[in-house]
Design a protein around this ligand. Structure first.
Ligand code: GDP
Length: 718
């Protein structure tokens, strides 16, 4: 535990990183749970910023972009480095570097969350002590499960009316299925929230209300009225740890005492196993519990050394592992791009292996280009600082790499390696966009291109029939913000068309397809001929294209163009012209002509083969389904459920919390336009809802024709 004098002595992030003492963490939460405030406090305590920036003043350090300030939501994840030193426990007195990746809370930006989870080693889930687990925190939690991120939970806003720490811990157990255990108990609640009981040390920290900064606390004996509860929870904490450590289990059964370090190491082991979550109560706003949270980050969340090696593949698609070894060749992942008004394009980069030096040249297997890293930086709150080297496990910002997109691997040229990029959800909405003045057409194109490089869930295409530019994304808000950024950063005012649903297509059965592109009359001939097998893949598996050509029936140089044709054909399926997802294509045979074959002919053969196979593979149309949660006073529940049913909603569950009724449902996005207005009028303005893209499902047969017709009349596709 840092004592009160230690806030400003935290180490500088400039020193060489010692891997064991680095923590790359994220703070993830439902919007408004207090993530930004927590981040601010952490930066404050670690001495990076000396004045606390309050979110409601629009001054928070991690809120980079202007409109984020206005909207009060943190859209972009910024990586910030700070230091922290614990004074007790296994890491006492050792300077730690904490890199914080701020993750957004709004579900329209789940891609931001996904991409940051990919490069994080551990995370803090922030929940509020009043609402407990809210639907979007559930989404984020599941994403963290997917990426195997060890985590801690901070139950924030203990000072608010109606706060209840233990109820919030229970909601984590019930709604998230988390094996959640308090590491501390709260002393008091609401305006009487005074401090925390430490279940490891069995002491209490009581904050000094007379201290203006609100950060000072006294370490005292556990108040009498909290003692028996503290004993009970300490015991159940240690019992929970027994599942992860035989020594603890034996000692626990023998009724022996535990040292502080024994318990801390036990919590660390349990946390790293991903099957245990330690929970801490606090109030970021009132500066309570944040120091304990930071100590817990150091004590319990993993260093880059604690994690399994990162996986990637070589150019023959063999699996390759990278490990955090400073002396190995450099390999890392570009996980975030930002355009900075002063330094230009900033690429946030996680070094997974080796030592990255300023001036180094790194190879990008996607572009097959080598580019020079002209500057290396770490971001500290609102300042950037040049550094000479970044070590394995570090997160840094690099400048000088021009042709790069989010998810690219940058590695030493000698390393034949492509790291697994993060996976991103499919866009669910699209709209046409055009500049208010024709003269801005080109500027708009450049701006949109730049934004698409930064944000992999933002799609950009042209409608070939109408020539319109189409943008696609995760929701209306997402696309609104893109338009906003276009205006602010690129000075282009743009008008958008009506939002359209981004349908998808897929197939149900296996099939075979033949593509022939043969022109042999007059002039130079063309000859391309490809045979493919097409198979459905499981939901979410994307596209797999495999080469099984043996004996040169298609020469090597024409394989790639054939694949290109297949990919291009898959952008517009055969049902209604929407992108085809979740399939595997195997190119297994073909033929060529010594003179007439060309890349173009094989590309065409690929297109024809895919279309042919797709026709025969029972193609279907898919629509985005949203997970919707409506909370309403009891009396409107019937009306609202009837309304959800009319919208083709499938009610998943209903729960009453006090007088509030919560309804969970899956509803097709198509039927969610205008929902907020209808919901308000049905409930006299008293109900509320939230929704998240969940998955794609087959469009019922009776609706397919309507969608095909609408999209034929009004071509507006992604
Ligand atoms: P984010 O959306 O998760 O980043 O949440 P913010 O940090 O922006 O906080 C949302 C609102 O809750 C802001 O108005 C904060 O001032 C407020 N807030 C944050 N933490 C606390 C807290 O501990 N107690 C109270 N009462 N309000 C808080």
């Amino acid at each position: 535990m840092s004592n009160n004098d230690q806030f400003s002595t935290a180490n500088s992030p400039d020193r060489p990183a010692v891997l064991e003492h680095t923590r790359n963490i994220g703070i993830a939460a439902h919007i408004d749970a207090g993530k930004t405030t927590c981040t601010e406090r952490v930066l404050f305590y670690s001495g990076v910023v000396h004045k606390i920036g309050e979110v409601h003043d629009g001054n928070a350090t991690t809120d980079w972009m202007e409109q984020e300030r206005e909207r009060g939501i943190t859209i972009t994840s910024a990586a910030i480095s700070c230091g922290w030193t614990t004074s007790e426990g296994p890491y006492a007195g050792i300077d730690q570097r904490i890199n914080i990746i701020d993750t957004p809370g709004h579900v329209d930006f789940t891609a931001e969350v996904e991409r940051s989870l990919r490069v994080l080693d551990g995370a803090i889930g922030v929940f509020t002590s009043v609402e407990g687990v809210q639907p979007q925190s559930e989404t984020v939690w599941r994403q963290m499960d997917k990426y195997s991120v060890p985590r801690l939970a901070f139950i924030n806003k203990m000072d608010r009316m109606g706060s209840n720490f233990l109820a919030a811990v229970n909601s984590m157990r019930e709604k998230l299925g988390a094996n959640a255990h308090p590491l501390f108990l709260a002393i008091g609640a609401e305006e009487n929230f005074k401090g925390l009981v430490d279940l490891v040390k069995m002491v209490a920290y009581v904050y000094d209300d007379t201290d203006e900064s609100g950060v000072k606390f006294d370490t005292v004996d556990i108040p009498e009225e909290h003692l028996s509860q503290a004993k009970e929870y300490r015991e159940s904490l240690i019992e929970a740890l027994s599942d992860f450590d035989d020594d603890i289990a034996n000692k626990f059964l023998d009724g022996e005492d535990f040292s502080e370090d024994e318990i801390k190491l036990g919590i660390r082991k349990a946390t790293l196993s991903l099957k245990f979550v330690g929970v801490i109560p606090g109030s970021a706003f009132k500066n309570k519990g944040v120091q304990m949270l930071m100590d817990a980050v150091v004590d319990y969340l993993p260093s880059p050394l604690d994690l399994p090696p990162m996986k990637g593949e070589d150019s023959d698609e063999n699996e390759v592992e990278v490990s955090p070894d400073d002396s190995a060749q450099v390999a890392g992942l570009a996980f975030k791009l930002m355009t900075d008004p002063y330094v230009g394009k900033l690429v946030f980069y996680r070094v997974y292996q080796g030592t990255m030096k300023k001036g180094a040249s790194l190879y990008n297997p996607r572009t097959r280009k080598t580019e020079r890293i002209s500057r290396l930086m770490v971001m500290k709150a609102d300042a950037r600082e040049d550094i000479e080297v970044a070590y394995s496990g570090d997160i840094c910002a690099i400048i000088g790499v021009k042709d790069v997109v989010t998810g690219d691997t940058l590695a030493d040229k000698g390393l034949d390696l492509r790291l697994e990029p993060p996976s991103f959800p499919e866009p669910v909405i699209s709209m046409s966009i055009e500049p208010a003045t024709k003269a801005d057409q080109e500027k708009m194109g450049v701006g949109l291109q730049r934004l698409a490089e930064e944000d992999p869930t933002f799609g950009l295409s042209t409608n070939e029939e109408t020539g319109q530019t189409i943008i696609s994304g995760m929701g209306e808000l997402h696309l609104d913000i893109i338009r906003d950024r276009l205006f602010r950063e690129f000075k282009v005012e743009a008008n958008a068309g009506k939002p359209q649903i981004a349908y998808r297509e897929t197939i149900l059965t296996n099939s075979e397809g033949v593509g022939k592109f043969i022109r042999q009359s007059g002039g130079r001939g063309q000859y391309g001929h490809a045979l493919i097998r097409l198979e459905p893949l499981e939901k979410g598996k994307g596209i797999e294209i495999v080469n099984e050509i043996v004996g040169g029936s298609i020469p090597k140089e024409f394989i790639k163009p054939t694949f290109q044709g297949i990919r291009e054909a898959a952008l517009g399926g055969v049902v209604a012209g929407f992108e085809v997802i979740d399939f595997k294509v195997t190119l297994y045979d073909g033929s060529f002509h010594d003179v007439d074959s060309s890349e173009m002919a094989f590309k065409m053969a690929g297109i024809f083969a895919f279309k042919d196979a797709m026709q025969k593979a029972s193609p279907i149309l898919l629509e985005p389904i949203m997970k919707v949660e409506v909370s309403t006073p009891d009396e409107y529940q019937g009306e609202l459920m009837g309304d959800l049913n009319r919208r083709r909603g499938q009610i998943q569950g209903m729960e009453t919390r006090g007088t509030v009724c919560i309804v969970d449902a899956f509803v097709p996005l198509e039927n969610m336009f205008g929902y907020s207005t209808d919901m308000r009028s049905l409930s006299s303005g008293r109900a509320d809802y939230s929704m998240t893209p969940s998955h794609f499902e087959q469009v019922p047969q009776n609706l397919v024709q309507g969608i095909v017709d609408t999209n034929a009349r009004q071509p507006n596709r992604t």
